[in-house]
Design a protein around this ligand. Structure first.
Ligand code: SF4
Length: 103
């Protein structure tokens, strides 16, 4: 749940440098940390179940920009179609520590 709060609070920041790739519609980010209420299921002409975002055109920034940082990407890196370069991952960690210092 803390990751969800961080994503919401930082969602107006720009996408960090070093991101490559594209969304493959795996849907992993729609389940962080639980299934989004706007994620709907339908059946296609081959009777296969497909999921879709029912508010896609007006989805909030934290969905629109996901993964905005390497830290966000680490939550879904097994299936997500995006990637971050190793250099940007190290850089992102340093920035994150500055914004949210450990207590
Ligand atoms: S986890 Fe990545 S590839 Fe999967 S739906 Fe989200 S942005 Fe797209």
């Amino acid at each position: 749940m803390i990751n969800k709060l961080k994503r919401t609070l930082t969602s107006l920041l720009p996408v960090e440098e070093g991101r490559t790739g594209e969304c493959n519609n795996c849907g992993a980010c729609c389940r962080l940390p639980f299934r989004c209420v706007f994620l709907k299921t339908t059946t296609d002409e081959d009777n296969e179940q497909k999921e879709y975002c029912s508010i896609y055109t007006v989805r909030p920034p934290n969905c629109r920009k996901f993964p905005r940082s390497p830290e966000e990407h680490n939550l879904v890196k097994d299936t997500c179609g995006f990637n971050f370069s190793e250099a940007s991952e190290k850089s992102s960690t340093k920035k994150f520590i500055k914004i949210f210092p450990k207590s």
